[in-house]
Design a protein around this ligand. Structure first.
Ligand code: PYC
Length: 324
């Protein structure tokens, strides 16, 4: 669908969770047709992609940002439906983004401490806002789909990893004692890009041929009390500044499958910038149900404006309609 000629004004609140930004659109987004959130996300992707671009892409957003629109929930007892997206397209769930959305709703006075259910396109999650501002997200069920898959990665050689679901599809690679820190960013970006290309080229997917669009390298951490450090490449190529809620969930599914973490045991996951999430899981009906705890801070609120005549009104790469 072509961008409309009347330009939007969108209210937003920005936050960061462990350094990873989230932008929640609080007013101005059009109604999304669809019988449920999965259909609404498909409508968004097909007919409203220029809105995604305006909100999330340069010059009003950037590649690190994850944004969210709030919609009327269809599932019972949910405070909101939430659809997450970034510079490359739609996401399934988003752990840091859910923590950011709950912090945003609290900042706006729309919810207080307690348990709140949120509907996402991949299922209902429940978020507990604690009195000190931390948020615990009881995520959708996580599972390991394939263990020990060997990819032939040009420039790297054989790379072995697990395919797991934590609300998005991940390829998880154990890089042992390697140092994952900010001094390694260029190499980590190059390595995970090569792995992404190899996954696509060698037809390694999640269940039902679902594309794997997140790559997670994890390693030993030298920080006391931390179990592992990770570098997560998100769709589009930016790395997650947070420890990645869905990636940590996928990791828990692998640890559970390998008998390396018991239900209820705490796992502390550190990101490449050093921010942490605390995680654990319950086994419910044989399913791994992860809970991720972190904290978000509000960084800005305002109105996204696009003026008539702006060639980048809908973001770089989307041509403006007659917007005057
Ligand atoms: O926290 O799940 C997450 C996430 C996904 C992409 C960026 N962050």
């Amino acid at each position: 669908m072509a961008p409309p000629s009347n330009l939007p004004r969108l209210s937003f609140v920005d936050s960061h969770t462990g350094g990873e930004p989230t932008r929640v659109i609080t007013a101005g987004f059009p109604q999304l047709p669809g019988a449920n959130l999965t259909e609404q996300r498909a409508t968004f992707s097909r007919d409203f992609d220029h809105w995604r671009s305006l909100i999330n892409n340069e010059p009003r957003g950037h590649e690190v940002l994850v944004s969210a629109v709030l919609v009327e929930p269809r599932a019972p007892d949910c405070v909101a439906g939430v659809i997450f997206f970034n510079d490359a397209g739609m996401l399934g769930m988003c752990g840091h983004g859910t923590i950011g959305a709950v912090a945003t709703l609290a900042y706006l006075g729309k919810l207080g401490p307690g348990v709140h259910r949120l509907e996402t396109p991949v299922g209902v999650v429940s978020a507990t806002l604690h009195g000190d501002g931390r948020v615990s997200v009881a995520n959708v069920a996580a599972r390991r789909h394939r263990a020990g898959v060997t990819l032939d990665v040009p420039g790297l050689g054989p790379v072995r990893g697990d395919v797991a679901w934590g609300g998005n599809w991940f390829f998880l690679v154990d890089v042992g004692e390697r140092v994952l820190d900010l001094s390694q960013l260029a190499a980590l970006e190059d390595e995970t890009r090569r792995i992404q290309v190899a996954l696509n080229g060698q037809g390694v997917t999640g269940e039902g041929g679902a594309p794997i669009d997140h790559i997670e390298l994890f390693a030993h951490s030298s920080t006391p009390g931390v179990d592992a450090r990770n570098y997560v490449r998100c769709p589009g190529g930016a790395y997650d500044r947070s420890p990645c809620g869905t990636g940590t969930s996928a990791k828990l599914a692998c640890l559970a499958a390998d008998g390396q973490l018991a239900p209820g045991q705490t796992w502390v996951q550190e990101s490449v910038i050093g921010s942490t999430f605390e995680a654990s899981y319950e086994l419910i009906g044989g399913e791994v149900r992860p809970t991720i705890t972190g904290r978000a801070f509000i960084t800005a609120e305002g109105i996204l404006v696009a003026q008539p005549g702006d060639p980048y009104a809908w973001g770089i790469g989307v041509s403006a309609a007659q917007d005057g």
